[in-house]
Design a protein around this ligand. Structure first.
Ligand code: NAD
Length: 510
């Protein structure tokens, strides 16, 4: 019972109660199966959420499509003004919404708040974009002709997001899609429904205040079956999917079957390389956050540490000391002093246990951690495993937990080969002060990932760049740079302003 728990009083500010409706198409509904929202910090039920029925999913798409002409006909800067107000409304709710992320997802408070800040940042970015969305004017080979390239909105964009960034991923997609002129139907993870509802309420308030239908930013709630209805609907020209490679592949194939577009942000298997020319103090500090931040549940978490032989022993010794310091800071994620929180679910704890067992069976040596922590909630020890070849199954597989494998190499070339020899291609880092190594790393024969860092860890991207990865990470790009192009259709327009009809390539048809 929420009202009896004074520490959960902040939920009232977000209009979250013990019972919540999870379908929004301008008005709230939700008559599908009830989902319990569970706090990973103690395993207790926080609230119940009424998920969406197939009819409610259909209605959300219908309403988002109906509100599209009004939204798409507004000048882009006017849409930007709405997104600016959404950013401001989020600023007002920064702490309560950040706290809810921490409570329901299980990441520490600073990271929960950081995620809402990321949505605010991308709103600011999108406001600027709304006044600079470019097109081009290209020279024509024909007299008195001109070519224009214009970007028009797509229509309804379906956003399916993962549990680990329950606010920011929607933020990246929605702020940019909205200024591009698209309307949205969002399905968040089935285990973070309260965050989706609270975020949708914040956005809806701004839309309604401006006389814009709330269905511009609709919400559906549920698991794979609800997601599939969105994926298979012909009225949704773009599905932006964030989640595992396995699910993303299914989604991509389904969307392709109906010639829709998909934007895929899938799993990673990120490596951090430390060469003998690196600043070890910096490398260790960066590695600690990249390995254990969010309890290893970031898509960009460092899963492989590739150490040059000369520094391996020293680095590992100091890394273990730093991990030991983290053990003293385990706690309820919502407490400000906590640095290391729980895994998200019992299933995640199970996957962690199985992976550790498999690693040991394959000959791995547990250098640190390796056990489930005996306390309420879903806590496991941050874990370092050495002694496995880079080619072993567990090392090549993304386990969404705080497990890092120590790999050893003798040269940068060898380290790059190991970095690239996995099916995923999301994030990668090199620590070096050798300028030659730096340029090899970022060059054509260097890292094959979408994110290539130097002297910082693999996680913690900024919104100004395009975020995403290659290969089995899906190839999508979100947030900054020209990622907005995913949310628009390109039209090549040829205009004849003369009074003759010359054909291209000088063809005569007379
Ligand atoms: P998941 O694949 O289990 O679920 C992600 C979302 O997809 C959920 O909303 C789920 O309900 C939905 N879903 C699953 N199967 C579906 C289907 N067939 N059709 C439609 N919807 C479907 O992933 P998760 O466990 O929530 O998240 C962890 C994974 O997400 C990790 O692999 C992580 O690396 C990845 N991730 C990637 C990025 C990125 O930007 N590259 C960001 C965050 C998380």
């Amino acid at each position: 019972n929420l009202s009896s728990k004074s520490e959960l009083a902040f939920l009232k500010e977000l209009e979250i109660g013990p019972d919540n409706l999870g379908s929004f198409d301008g008005s709230w509904g939700g008559s599908g199966p009830v989902i319990e929202s569970i706090s990973p910090g103690n395993g207790e039920v926080i609230a119940r959420v009424h998920s969406s029925t197939p009819d409610e999913v259909g209605n959300a798409i219908t309403k988002a499509k109906e509100s599209w002409p009004q939204w798409a006909s507004m000048p882009a800067p006017a849409r930007g003004e709405i997104v600016r107000q959404i950013g401001n409304e989020l600023r007002k709710n920064l702490k309560p919404l950040g706290k809810l992320v921490s409570l329901e997802m299980g990441k520490i408070l600073a990271e929960g708040i950081g995620e809402v800040q990321e949505y605010i940042d991308v709103c600011d970015y999108a406001v600027g974009l709304s006044r600079t969305l470019p097109g081009s004017l290209l020279p024509s080979e024909r007299k008195d002709h001109v070519l224009l390239e214009k970007w028009n909105p797509l229509g309804v964009v379906g956003v399916i997001s993962a549990f680990n960034f329950p606010v920011a991923v929607y933020g990246w997609n929605s702020a940019i899609a909205m200024v591009c002129g698209d309307t949205l139907v969002w399905k968040g993870a089935p285990t973070t429904p309260l965050v989706s509802i609270a975020t949708t309420k914040i956005v809806a308030k701004v839309l309604e205040r401006n006389g814009i239908p709330g269905s511009v930013a609709s919400l559906i709630t549920g698991g794979t079956d609800v997601g599939e209805l969105l994926v298979n609907d012909n009225r949704v020209p773009l599905i932006s999917f964030t989640g595992s490679t396995k699910a993303g592949k299914n989604v991509a194939l389904k969307v392709q079957e109906r010639f829709g577009k998909s934007l895929l942000e899938l799993g990673g298997n990120n490596a951090l390389i430390v060469t003998k020319d690196a600043d070890l103090d910096m490398a260790i500090r960066a590695a600690v956050f990249s390995c254990v931040g969010t309890a290893g549940q970031r898509c960009t978490t460092t899963r492989r540490l590739i150490l040059q032989t000369d520094i391996r022993t020293e680095f590992l010794k100091r890394l273990k000391m730093a991990f030991a310091g983290i053990l003293g800071r385990i706690g309820d994620p919502i407490e400000e002093s906590t640095l290391y929180g729980p895994l998200h679910s019992p299933a995640a704890v199970e996957a962690y246990k199985l992976t550790v067992e498999k690693a040991v069976k394959s000959g791995g040596c547990i250098e640190f951690g390796g056990k489930v922590i005996d306390r309420p909630g879903f806590y496991v020890e941050p874990t370092i495993i050495s002694g496995l070849p880079a080619s072993s199954d567990v090392v090549r597989h993304e386990t969404f937990a705080p497990i890092v494998y120590i790999l050893e190499t003798n040269s940068l070339e060898e380290a790059i080969a190991v970095n690239n020899d996995v099916e995923q291609g999301l994030s990668s880092s090199l620590f070096t002060n050798n300028i030659g190594e730096l340029f090899k790393w970022i060059g054509p024969l260097g890292s094959d990932c979408g994110i290539i860092n130097v002297n910082i860890g693999t996680s913690g991207a900024e919104i100004g760049g395009a975020f995403g990865g290659e290969k089995a990470t899906g190839g999508g790009r979100e947030s900054g740079s020209d990622a907005w192009k995913h949310y628009a259709r390109r039209a090549t327009i040829t205009i004849n302003y003369g009074n003759e009809l010359p054909l291209a390539q000088g063809i005569k048809f007379e």
